[in-house]
Design a protein around this ligand. Structure first.
Ligand SMILES: Cc1cc2nc3c(=O)[nH]c(=O)nc-3n(C[C@H](O)[C@H](O)[C@H](O)COP(=O)(O)O)c2cc1C
Length: 219
């Protein structure tokens, strides 16, 4: 696959089939991920794959509780506002993300594969998320959808780490949990605020010098 196609179409694909992901595909995803950069090439990371139904059954209730807490805390006001103006494009976009994220939570145990990324001595996450994104891009090239999630680590990180047998007191933190599966929907270009609204040149607020009204790659 062309690298630009992967960059433009790797989205949060949370609706997936339960079909297993072959081990050879899993190996290619992880082997691509560990090529990513890390500060000082420290590679202070661990990746844990989860496909055992018994482990998923332990994490699923925690994940659902975490996402429920998210809706009731950080997102409460925004969701209330969106529900009162559902025709507004920003509202409908937020409500779509919520429905999709809730679907993942409700079907957690049916997701064929999860990857949990752990990091150490990396409070910003700057040395783990390049590898995580590489895993997602590599999965895209295999036709495997993925969704990066952080709620489990935020709200139930200690319990999840205990379930996963992470050695305590060694400085490991759970950076994220990524779901993987063959998507039920189709791949599409990720809609985003355009470059000229979020990029400057030489000083903050100065126009970057070009306007891009349509994505520069399309299928
Ligand atoms: C740091 C980070 C944390 C995220 N946490 C969650 C999460 O806990 N649950 C979830 O369903 N999606 C989560 N996402 C996925 C985002 O919601 C998603 O990337 C965003 O809505 C854009 O989706 P799109 O690429 O399909 O347009 C997270 C993404 C990032 C980068």
């Amino acid at each position: 696959m062309d690298v630009r196609e992967a960059l433009y179409t790797t989205r949060a694909m949370r609706r997936v089939r339960p079909d297993p992901i072959p081990e050879a595909v899993q190996a290619r995803i992880l082997d691509a991920a560990i090529r990513a950069p890390s500060g000082g090439n420290s590679q202070s990371w661990r990746f844990l794959l989860i496909d055992d139904p018994a482990v998923k059954a332990k994490l699923g209730p925690l994940y659902r509780d975490a996402i429920g807490t998210l809706w009731e805390s950080f997102y409460r006001d925004r969701l209330d506002g969106a529900r009162s103006t559902p025709e507004d494009p920003d509202s409908s976009s937020l409500l779509r993300v919520q429905a999709s994220a809730q679907h993942l939570a409700d079907h957690f145990e049916d997701v064929p594969l999860f990857l949990v990324a752990f990091t150490r001595g990396d409070p910003s996450g700057g040395s783990i998320f390049p590898a995580v994104w590489s895993a997602q891009l590599a999965a895209r090239a295999e036709g495997v959808g993925s969704a990066l999630t952080s709620v489990l680590g935020i709200f139930h990180g200690d319990q999840a780490m205990e379930i996963l047998g992470v050695p305590p007191g060694k400085g490991w933190t759970m950076a994220c949990l990524v779901s993987f599966g063959y998507p039920t929907g189709r791949w599409d270009v990720a809609p985003r605020r355009p470059v000229h609204e979020v990029a400057y040149r030489n000083s903050w607020g100065t126009a970057v010098g070009f306007e891009i009204s349509e994505p520069l790659w399309s299928p």
